[in-house]
Design a protein around this ligand. Sequence first.
Ligand code: SF4
Length: 494
Amino acid sequence: MIQMTRQVEGNHPDVTAAGSPGGEPIRRVAPVAASDRPREACGVFGVRDPQQSASHLTYLGLFTLQHRGQESAGIAVSDGTKILVDKDMGLVASIFNDHRLQALPGNMAIGHTRYATTGASAWDGAQPVSRGAGGVYFALGHNGNLVNTEELAARYPAEVFGSDSDVVATMLAADLTTRSHGSLVDAVTAVLPQLQGAFSLVIMDETRLIGARDPHGFRPLFLGRLETGGWVLASETPALFVVGATVEREISPGEIVVIDDDGVHSHRFADVQKRRLCTFEFVYVSRPDGVLAGTSVDAARRRAGIALARQAPVEADLVVPIPESSISGALGYATESGIPYGLALIKSPYIGRSFIAPTQARRDTALRLKFGPIVENIAGRRLVVVEDSLIRASTFRKTVRMLRDAGATELHLRVLSPPYRWPCYYGMDTGDRTTLIAATKTIEQIRIDLDVDSLVYLDLDRLVEAINPQPAGLCTACMTGDYPVPVPTASRRP
Ligand code: SF4
């Protein structure tokens, strides 16, 4: 709603406020409400182009990254002398229109789409966050999740924080006034080594655009080049293509890039540690038309489907995906098995996360709004149903009922990833262990619970081989419990 929108000038007193007024205290940070599926953490975008409107380019980038966060979106833009921030709850296209983008003039901008993994799901958690300190105004967008937020927040006992990103902004502001004396690059270089966990960041002051990635590279971040001489940062490669940029390279884990009038400057704030790119970026999060660590996401999902067909063949009439992230995997399964590929469910492109269903009856309606069955493809058929993952599986249970009601005679569930038994602390909200169906049930119990005729998860080694990221290693913590960056012990208790 327009009343919630706040446009903040760089010299506005709110910019210097520590923490968001009314934000949820973050002394103890916990993932927000459990989700039925893994929810994407965030998408980040940044552009510096002397010849084009940065806010319009950022809108295109955020629109392309909408799948990474559908709760809120925001743009911070600089005209070289001041920073304006405009953010709101909702989808990118519902927040910004041409009139609103025209009110954000300038040739440098960062943008953010958010799904809350820490802090409140509210306007105060929307990004970019902004601050003014030491004569510098800056804005910041964060994809990922820190695991030492409580410890960092405790350094500022008088402050109230809306998210872990808010804590990072406050640390930068404090460093600007005490140690870095107005150099944002120095402040970023000093603060980032203190952060533990996952972070891909876009940051800017009035004249410089900065990108940075944690030493494990949990979340992706790319650098792109525009023909006009401009530069782009984005969570995924399709967001580079949509603004006409070519992929220059990935930001390296532990690297800071600073983009100014002289081009791109690279600094290191940490040695590259063992790379741990999120496996679920390939399985579920990233767009299939993107490339991660030199690997096509679509190709990786197809190979996973092929591997699943080899691991778990079954006699059936049709291979069907649960749209949309399972489509590539289902095509792979169908190709390898020789069973025809088809569609059983059509997903509405218009149902977003903002659809609120307070009662059971309304939730059932929500599923019917989300999926429409193609009865002719289902009735009397034995279906191989390919799904990317099972987290809580409550929606999938209803999906099975929908397929049974439409006349499916057999349902064979094939999952393109191993059982998801451990919560993610690195930027995807999956709820705590008690909500994860594979943490509390055996596979046979899950099969019975879901009312399917057979159930097979893809083995981890087959999945890793299918992804085959070059040169990145993968995080597999949610499937193995082997966390590459230690997480709070109390948080791991089931
Ligand atoms: S724990 Fe799972 S979801 Fe989280 S970063 Fe690791 S692989 Fe990705």
